[in-house]
Design a protein around this ligand. Structure first.
Ligand code: GLN
Length: 194
């Protein structure tokens, strides 16, 4: 496959920034809101935003089960921040009714790095990629991972990037920096999977 088609789950969050970053990383990028649209993509990005809102809208749009099914079947997925939370098998401190898609054996802590006004940027060393400027906005961290989960980066002693098979997740937002290496890594994963 030359140019993979990668969707961005467009229920809430910074969808546009991911569409731009994916296009810059040589993918055909399109928003995904409905099961029929999900069925047509080779990979999917779950953006940053508010995980409780994304969870509720996914249920409302009838997307939660189709998402779980495709991820279980091996669809390559990349979640940033709230998207990382959506890919967690377990949330330590979920809001009531908050559900995830799952796919990565990990336990996450929401808002772990503090509140909105404690947002920060830091250079993060990502295995296989190199130093990346990490933008952390009310970011979660990964409290613990399972045996199959690869830790790609830590910040301040906390896990902030992971991969398990075809699922990639970061606590930070590479889509906001203009550096498209994380998206390029994901596009490579999509190419390798298909
Ligand atoms: N704290 C948010 C949540 O729980 C995530 C913030 C973000 O995506 N920038 O969903």
């Amino acid at each position: 496959m030359n140019t993979p088609v990668i969707g961005v789950l467009a229920l809430q969050g910074d969808v546009r920034e991911h569409l731009i970053a994916l296009a810059a990383a040589d993918a055909v990028a399109r928003p995904v809101r409905r099961p029929e649209e999900l069925a047509e993509v080779d990979g999917l990005v779950i953006p940053g935003g508010e995980s409780t809102t994304i969870s509720k809208l996914a249920a409302l749009f009838g997307m939660l089960e189709p998402l779980r099914e495709r991820v279980r079947a091996g669809l390559p997925v990349y979640g940033t921040c709230a998207g990382l939370i959506m890919l967690a098998d377990k949330i330590l401190d979920p809001r009531s009714g908050q559900e995830t898609i799952g796919g990565i054996e990990m336990i996450v802590r929401r808002n772990a790095f503090g509140r909105q006004n404690e947002s920060f940027e830091a250079t993060v060393e990502v295995a296989g990629v190199g130093p990346v400027e990490g933008v952390f906005i009310r970011a979660p961290w990964v409290e613990s991972v399972g045996a199959e989960t690869e830790v790609l980066a830590e910040h301040g002693g906390h896990i902030v990037a992971v991969r398990q098979n075809n699922a990639l997740a970061t606590s930070f937002h590479p889509e906001l920096t203009g550096d498209h290496r994380m998206h390029a890594l994901f596009v490579d994963m999509v190419r390798a999977a298909s």
